[in-house]
Design a protein around this ligand. Structure first.
Ligand SMILES: Nc1ncnc2c1ncn2[C@@H]1O[C@H](COP(=O)(O)OP(=O)(O)OP(=O)(O)O)[C@@H](O)[C@H]1O
Length: 234
């Protein structure tokens, strides 16, 4: 059997607060297989973002083990963590984090600049990613000329352009209306099917949840429920 893409065992994360500590994640275990389209849900403060940050090697466990693509997050050097993030993990945030002075093309191209690709190859990859999200006609636009839904689609293209194995999407629909929320999740689901990219969402949004194949509910930094979702095809 193929190794899981994310294997978490007995993870605890504590943050220093004044002279004391706050436990954000407590003895949490979770296995995520390649190709899953799954989400973390739960009340504000339940630990969703903290967990995504650790999986994305933006933060480290206090105790327990987190392996992503077979690598232990706790023992990565800065360089190894940067390689994992730059090559293998795509990030999508609720605020699109686009650079305002650059075009849509350049914003997506940035994700490739650390890779050893020719300008022609970069162009091919960027245009392919913009095609995935339906924005080839906006390549020369600046972020200020885009709607919220279009901006989030650019950030999906930026996450996907390097063809990562894993995408972490932290509340990707938080700033979008219903139509755009459906559109961006449908786009990600299509990429999940076509490219077998694993997606892990953090979300409060029922519109996002209805597309997920698995929902893990967190409460007080622990897994409260872990449910597969059955999709009935009409
Ligand atoms: N750097 C930090 N220092 C201290 N406490 C923190 C830190 N980061 C997060 N926390 C606390 O850990 C808890 C979990 O936060 P987290 O952001 O993971 O929750 P969340 O489930 O993503 O919430 P939301 O749905 O509101 O985004 C919260 O109580 C938060 O205040």
């Amino acid at each position: 059997m193929e190794k899981p893409i994310v294997q978490i065992d007995n993870l605890t994360k504590r943050f220093p607060v004044g002279n004391s500590e706050f436990t954000a994640l407590s003895h949490l275990s979770l296995t995520i297989d390649k190709g899953e389209f799954m989400g973390l849900v739960g009340p504000s403060g339940s630990g969703k973002t903290t967990l995504l940050n650790i999986i994305g090697s933006l933060d480290t466990p206090t105790e327990g083990s987190v392996e992503v693509m077979g690598q232990s997050i706790a023992t990565l050097t800065h360089k190894q963590a940067a390689i994992l993030r730059n090559y293998h993990i795509g990030f999508i945030f609720q605020s699109y984090n686009l650079l305002p002075v650059y075009t849509v093309f350049e914003n997506v191209e940035f994700a490739l600049l650390l890779q050893n690709l020719s300008a022609d190859e970069r162009k091919k990859w960027v245009m392919q990613a913009l095609e995935w999200v339906g924005l080839t006609d906006k390549a020369k636009s600046k972020p200020s000329q885009l709607s919220g839904g279009e901006s989030q689609r650019v950030s999906i293209a930026r996450a996907m352009v390097k063809r990562p194995q894993l995408v972490l999407a932290d509340e990707p629909s938080a700033n979008l209306d219903a139509r755009n929320s459906h559109h961006i999740v449908q786009t990600m689901k299509k990429l999940n099917k076509e490219l077998h990219t694993t997606f892990i969402f953090s979300t409060h949004d029922e519109k996002v949840m209805q597309y997920l194949d698995r929902i893990v509910s967190l409460k007080d930094g622990m897994v409260e429920k872990d449910e597969a979702v059955l999709h009935i095809q009409n």
